[in-house]
Design a protein around this ligand. Structure first.
Ligand code: AMP
Length: 183
């Protein structure tokens, strides 16, 4: 079997180089990691999803849950590649049916996220992978794990493209965590 590129330093460096950094966005003092420049690169984007699929096909997942909004991009592409369902975790007021809700703290500000109560209804104790582009303080991701659990899912791992190590977000996480890039 060919080596998974997610563990190759060259590939990780290419991913890192493709992510644009915007100083003082959306607030002064924040260095924003803009993944749109990675998505623009058809080869890198597809290699990233192919190699995430290689890692996660062994997990025999039932669903991927993505956090609004950049988690939707990676999450739905990965769900498609693995042939599993996708569940959106959204900001307050965006989901149309009955929801479960959690408030959480961001690196910049505070917010509320929601999941449909019946997101995993077809599959009791569904195996779920949580995915987002980036973990900073970990508030959003841990709140998402709690929502998945309350909706009856079993969050087997949380996956991030970027882990901002200085913010120590992993301390908050009550699941296994896999991050492609540590910065
Ligand atoms: P946190 O809850 O602090 O871990 O923040 C994670 C969420 O905020 C993710 O959905 C990220 O997309 C977004 N986020 C936080 N900090 C940054 C950053 N420096 N650059 C890009 N996105 C960020």
């Amino acid at each position: 079997m060919s080596k998974n590129l997610l563990y190759c330093e060259d590939f990780k460096q290419k991913l890192l180089d493709s992510i644009r950094q915007i100083q003082d966005y959306p607030k002064k003092g924040i260095l924003f990691r803009d993944i749109t420049t990675l998505l623009n690169d058809k080869e890198l984007f597809s290699l990233l999803i192919d190699n995430l699929a290689l890692r996660y096909k062994e997990y025999h997942l039932d669903f991927i849950a993505g956090i609004e909004s950049r988690g939707f991009i990676f999450g739905s592409a990965l769900a498609f590649a693995l042939g599993v369902g996708f569940v959106p975790i959204r900001k307050k007021g965006k989901l149309p049916a009955k929801v479960l809700q959690k408030s959480y703290a961001l690196e910049y500000g505070e917010d509320v996220i929601e999941i449909h109560q019946d997101a995993f209804r077809d599959k009791p104790n569904a195996k779920v992978l949580l995915i987002d582009d980036l973990i900073a303080t970990g508030g959003t991701a841990q709140a998402s794990v709690e929502l998945i659990t309350e909706a009856g899912g079993n969050c087997v791992e949380s996956c991030f493209l970027i882990h901002l190590t200085a913010l120590d977000g992993l301390k908050k996480m009550q699941t296994k965590v896999f991050s492609v890039l540590e910065v």
